[in-house]
Design a protein around this ligand. Sequence first.
Ligand code: HEC
Ligand code: HEC
Length: 329
Amino acid sequence: MRWVGIVGLQNIVAATLFMATFTPAVSAENPTVSSNIRWAYPVLKEKTPYPKLEPTVEYTVKGSIRVLTGDQLNLMDDPVDWTPSEHPVPPKIVAHDDRDRKLEACGACHGMKGQGGIDVPDIGGLPANYIAEQLHEFAKGRRRSSDPDRDVSGRMAAFASKLSESEIRDAARYFSSVTRSPLPVRVIEAERVPATRANHDWLELVPGGVSEPIGRRVIEVAEDFNQMWIGDPNSGIEAYVPTGAIARGKALVHHGANPCITCHGPTLRGVGKVPPLAGRAPYSLARAIWDIKSGARNGAAVSLMKKPASELTADQIVDVVAYLASLTP
Ligand code: HEC
Ligand code: HEC
């Protein structure tokens, strides 16, 4: 998860600088987010400081011997490696910020085990050549967001464009060697869901326990926001989906117009360089599909995925991601 210490004020400034200096090498057509997929792109346009932890509360994660106070965590620079015995030794770029080059450690956003979060895709255990290729695509400006107001892709691109080839290779090798363990997703079919609102690039519950009809949306929230934020590799994601979505999604994934299993494998855990889909957070999956459909995400390897993505409607994306997220990674 993005690290609170670095994403304090300095970091907002740093991020703004990154965006101002980064110009994509390729500018394709203008991709858009249509209203029926808006749910997948939460964004709070007014910039507010990132959340701070309660200074005196003590935090730890399951399986870790470390206990740190909110104050210590708020002031910390590098991401905390809570469970170093559960993954190989990370290279510098994954574990440490490089302030001189205004580079944040990969582990700060993706987690030290590459577990991802509610606003960041999981990358632990993805194929090394897929990871390296995505970094190149970001750097070349071929992987963008369909929503310019929610420009996390631009931010990722700014990082990627500053990496040396050896840093890309080291980071890709490291994350691919980590045992695949995206944050656990609990998919819940429901007619009504807790009311939510955007905070930065993710959804949070509206205080007061109000509920609203789900409609044709997926609602994704952290089970315990602070745990996810401090980089707990086991903190969960709750995904509410419309009733019947999982079964409809299953039919589309296995027997639809472009069966996903043909390329992503019979258990949807990936084949060769084609990435896994099983057990991944629904918002990242939905945005990946829509960004390919809208033309925001391009590149050589995307060409195979172009037709399957284009032929899915926003409604079908709801069902497909509900099913995929419900599978064991
Ligand atoms: C400030 C937070 C942040 C940092 C730091 C960061 N990333 Fe990312 N990364 C993101 C976000 C957000 C996305 C999703 C962007 C999108 O989908 O367009 C992403 C996407 C990716 C993807 C594509 C995943 C997929 O499933 O296709 C890869 C690979 C990746 N990052 C690797 C890295 C590596 C390696 C580093 C360190 C060198 C790194 N990232 C640093 C936030 C970050
Ligand atoms: C003809 C082969 C093919 C089929 C069929 C296919 N895909 Fe893909 N898909 C790919 C390839 C190749 C990529 C990697 C693209 C890249 O490297 O950027 C991909 C990427 C993706 C991604 C992005 C993953 C990430 O980590 O960002 C998602 C999500 C996805 N596919 C979902 C689906 C779904 C859902 C279906 C079925 C409706 C499907 N795919 C069918 C080939 C296919």
